[in-house]
Design a protein around this ligand. Sequence first.
Ligand code: FAD
Length: 297
Amino acid sequence: MKITDIFQTQERTFSFEFFPPKTENGYEILLRTIEALRSYRPDFVSVTYGAMGTTQDKTIAITAKIQNEIGITAMSHLTCVGSTEANINEILASLEKSNIKNIMALRGDPPEGQKEFIYTQGGFKNGTDLIRCIKENGRFAIGGAGYPEGHVEAASLESDLAYLKMKMDMGADFIVTQLFLDNRHYYKYRDMALKKGVTLRIIPGVMPVTNYDQITKFSTMCGCAIPSDLEARLRDVRDNKEEVAKVGIEHATNQCMDLLRNGAPGLHFYTLNKSTATQEIFNAVLTGGYGQGHRPG
Ligand code: FAD
């Protein structure tokens, strides 16, 4: 099913994101995670495309398995990295053959240690170009990425939002955001986007902090600010994994409840292929009266 068809009946969507594991053991863990989260009847799940375009085959294979064998609407991520336009068209054909109807279209990141994105000759320079190409194919629902604090390379939030509008104009059907730890960024972004004419659903991406070093690295790399009170609480317990997760889950739960109270069109969980934190947050969301159709039966 296309995610745009789900929007016809669901005011809010609840979705989970996974990444293709590198090892057999990682694959077993992913399958167990999907099994555990499946009982929440997600509206859809998505599978990332490895940095540097490294996991193309795995991404398609896992998305197809979820879509066709496990029976959950699935979305494959796709980036411009390492692909010419002809390669992208081949990938689209392969996705179509695998019965995958949803694509999250992204530019991709520069390789580690490099500041600038280097595009593949004959390929695409931006997410907007990839969205246009997929739209021309005509058979997919298309997601685009949004950055409530502005993309790290953007000259300003204003200019980044102009490109968000371009994503819509090129054919994006919805937006999923990068994670943010202070909802005020999301609300401001949503309002500014609407003023620019972006009328698409902007689904907030949520990730509970479960590792202090990981979040500080991500914060620097992707420009996601850590609120000072959260930073202090995490720093106090940084060497105690359980305590860090407790603080992170509590913060994410409060964020989710606040987002839903304030009209967010759903939640997209970055699960990191683990189920516990997402389950805890989802249970709190259900207890709070949201997502009743997703209560495990
Ligand atoms: P773009 O939209 O191209 O934006 C990149 C920069 O260029 C921005 O500063 C923007 O303002 C500017 N820009 C946009 N359009 C134009 C234009 N037409 N002309 C000039 N400038 C322009 N990465 C992966 O490798 N694999 C994944 O699976 C993956 N999944 C993600 C899922 C989500 C929900 C998000 C938010 C990010 C994901 N990423 C993934 C990371 C993403 O690839 C990076 O954030 C990347 O740096 C930007 O991708 P984009 O599609 O937003 O790029």
